[in-house]
Design a protein around this ligand. Structure first.
Ligand SMILES: C[S@@+](CC[C@H](N)C(=O)[O-])C[C@H]1O[C@@H](n2cnc3c(N)ncnc32)[C@H](O)[C@@H]1O
Length: 298
C-alpha cells in the first residue's frame, strides 16, 4: 500500500521533497506561511508572486508524492497587509486545479467570537457610523481539500476499513457533517510552545486524518511548523512525515513530538531527522520584525 518505512522530519525547503518516493503519501494536512502577515511573517517573501511560486512548486511535489485518489488539505486565509487583501484562498485553489488536482471541498473554520487576533477592523464603523465604513472582523479560515484523481475504495482491505472506522457518535455530536467547523484556535499566550509559529489546533488534523486516511498510512505536512499534524498522526496510529525550512524550530518540534524523551506519545513515535543544507534561520529575524511593527503600531 506504499507509505514510508519510518516517521521522518526533514529540515529543508518543501519545494524539493526528494526523500519521498512517488505515490508514497496517503494524506497531506498543512498550513503554509501566511504570505507576509504582519504578526506572523512580516516581509518573509519579496512579493506576492514569490509566495505563489512557492505554493505552485509545493503543489507540483505533492502531485508527485500523493498516492492516486488521495487528498491534500490546506488551511489558509486571505491576508490583509496595509489595508490590502491578498486573495490567497482563491489563488491557491486555482494553482491546485492547474496542477491537475480536483477541487473537492472548502470547509470554513470558525473561531470563537471572543478572540480576534489580528485587528478589530469593525471599530472603524463605530467611529464613523455611515455607509462605506464597513470592515468586518475576521473569525474564519478556509480548509481547502484537493484530491489527486479518483480513489479506489476497493483497494482497502475489509479489515483495515473496520479498524479505521469513524465514530458516528463523535461525527454527529461535533457536527463534522457540516462544512462549517467551530473550533477554538491556539491562543498566542507567551509561554506556549507554539509561540510565533501560527500553529493550528490539534482538532483540525484530528478530524482530517480520521476522515481521509486509514490506520498505518502516511500523513505528510510540508510546512510542519511546531509539528501539530505529525503529533496527531502518530497518536492516531498513522506514520508521519514533516518538512520545515526553519531550523530554529528544531527544539520546539522535538519537544512537541517528545523526541528523545522518556515519555512516548504513542507506540510509534520514533523519528528520523534529516537536516539539509537548504535550511534557513527565520524565527529570530521574524520576531524582531514583529516587535518593530508593534512599536510602529502597524
Ligand atoms: C503556518 S506555519 C505551520 C504551523 C503548523 N501547522 C503548526 O501547527 O505548528 C508554516 C510553516 O512553514 C514554514 N515554511 C515556510 N517556507 C517553507 C518552505 N519553503 N519549506 C518548508 N517549510 C516552510 C514556516 O517556517 C512555518 O513554520
Amino acid at each position: 500500500m506504499g507509505g514510508v518505512k519510518e516517521n521522518m522530519i526533514v529540515f529543508g525547503d518543501a519545494q524539493n521533497m526528494k526523500e519521498l518516493a512517488d505515490n508514497s503519501i496517503h494524506l497531506v494536512v498543512t498550513s503554509p506561511p501566511y504570505f507576509n502577515a504582519p504578526f506572523d511573517y512580516p516581509d518573509l517573501f519579496k512579493s506576492y508572486d514569490e509566495f505563489l511560486t512557492l505554493i505552485s512548486n509545493v503543489a507540483k511535489e505533492l502531485k508527485r508524492v500523493l498516492a492516486k485518489g488521495r487528498v491534500a488539505a490546506f488551511v489558509v486565509d486571505d491576508t490583509l497587509i496595509k489595508r490590502r487583501k491578498y486573495p490567497v484562498v482563491a489563488d491557491i485553489t486555482k494553482i491546485f486545479i492547474e496542477e491537475g488536482f480536483r477541487y473537492r471541498e472548502r470547509i470554513v473554520w470558525i473561531k470563537p467570537e471572543g478572540y480576534i487576533r489580528i485587528s478589530r477592523r469593525s471599530g472603524v464603523l463605530l467611529q464613523h457610523p455611515y455607509p462605506m465604513y464597513y470592515y468586518p472582523d475576521n473569525l474564519q479560515e478556509s480548509i481547502l481539500i484537493f484530491q489527486n484523481g479518483e480513489f479506489d475504495y476497493k483497494s482497502v482491505s475489509k479489515e483495515l476499513r473496520e479498524r479505521s472506522k469513524i465514530d458516528i457518535g463523535e461525527y454527529q455530536k461535533e457536527k463534522w457533517y457540516l462544512n462549517v467547523w467551530q473550533i477554538t484556535n491556539v491562543l498566542p499566550v507567551n509561554n506556549r510552545l507554539e509561540r510565533g509559529i501560527a500553529a493550528f489546533p490539534e482538532e483540525i488534523p484530528y478530524r482530517l486524518i480520521k476522515l481521509f486516511s486509514y490506520k498505518g498510512e502516511t500523513v505528510l505536512d510540508p510546512f510542519m511548523g511546531s509539528g501539530t499534524t505529525l503529533k496527531v498522526a502518530v497518536n492516531l496510529e498513522r506514520k508521519a512525515v514533516g518538512y520545515e525550512i526553519d531550523i530554529e524550530l528544531l527544539d520546539i518540534v522535538k519537544k512537541k513530538l517528545e523526541i528523545g524523551q522518556p515519555v512516548l506519545i504513542g507506540n510509534n513515535s520514533e523519528f528520523r531527522i534529516i537536516i539539509r543544507e537548504d535550511i534557513k534561520h527565520l524565527r529570530t529575524q521574524l520576531q524582531e520584525r514583529i516587535a518593530k511593527n508593534r512599536r510602529k503600531g502597524r
